[in-house]
Ligand binder design. Structure first.
Ligand code: ADP
Ligand code: MG
Length: 238
């Protein structure tokens, strides 16, 4: 029965910080093996939504179902162990540890069996093999984003939330990320990705979800969203 439900279902999700209505009644769903893009102007609540879904911030009100299970208010640790991973806009790495050690540390937080093999596979997937022994702090900004993504992959998540993972990275690294997303989806992983780069959104996302002022205002195929110039002007500022 659980498999009939979308991998992620959010209903009436509220989080206010004092007078700031960061999320103000979010409703959305992500299907199994779907790659959904989350777009909207700065400050509209995208990263807060990720924090609520991944359990680092507790909602004031609302329902979050992951893989058929109610997770709203659960600890971030428990949610991660259920198979939901998120990346941060600013990579949260262990600066003094090597690339491989950063990957293994992510596995240690969840699914340890086979971690060495998974680290090797993740290094190959993200083309980080040549810097495997480098300290995380010695990587380029783009490589740090790759490693942040790799840490989510190591957790063997069935849903990965990516927060602007391609923002400001070199086109070569962007290509590696896009191919890795597609390849993981083939293996059954679902994605919700926050992105500002419309070319990236167009090339990788099955569906776009548009947020404004703490709510989802519309969703649909990229072409339909872009064709709706009112949505583009109001919500994307173009
Ligand atoms: P986005 O990721 O779409 O740019 P955010 O979710 O980061 O937007 O922020 C939504 C709103 O909530 C913004 O006005 C932001 O300043 C505010 N906000 C986010 N986190 C906090 C917090 N921990 N405390 C106070 N205000 C916050
Ligand atoms: Mg954000």
């Amino acid at each position: 029965q659980a498999s009939a439900e979308p991998i992620l279902l959010v209903r009436g999700l509220y989080k206010h910080f004092g007078g700031i209505k960061a999320t103000n009644g979010v409703d959305l769903a992500v299907g199994r093996q779907e790659i959904a893009g989350l777009i909207g102007p700065n400050g509209c609540g995208k990263s807060t939504l990720f924090s609520l879904v991944s359990g680092t911030v507790a909602p004031d009100k609302g329902e979050i179902r992951f893989d058929g299970r109610a997770i709203a208010g659960m600890s971030a640790h428990r949610i991660a162990r259920l198979g939901l991973a998120r990346t941060f806009q600013i990579p949260a790495l262990f600066d003094n540890m090597s690339v491989t050690e950063n990957l293994l540390a992510a596995a240690a937080e969840g699914h340890w069996p086979g971690a060495q093999e998974r680290a090797a596979a993740t290094l190959a997937l993200l083309e980080l093999g040549h810097v495997a022994d480098n300290r995380a702090s010695d990587l380029s900004g783009g490589q740090q984003k790759l490693l942040e993504f790799g840490r989510a992959v190591m957790r063997q998540a069935s849903l990965i939330l990516l927060d602007e993972v391609t923002a400001g990275v070199h086109p070569n690294i962007r290509k590696i990320i896009l191919e890795a997303i597609a390849s993981l989806r083939e293996r059954g992983v679902s994605f919700l990705v926050i992105e500002h780069d419309m070319e990236m959104v167009r090339s990788v996302c099955d569906r776009i979800i548009v947020m404004d002022s703490g709510r989802v205002v519309t969703s649909g195929a990229f072409e339909d969203i872009v064709r709706n110039s009112e949505v583009m002007q109001t919500y994307l500022g173009r």
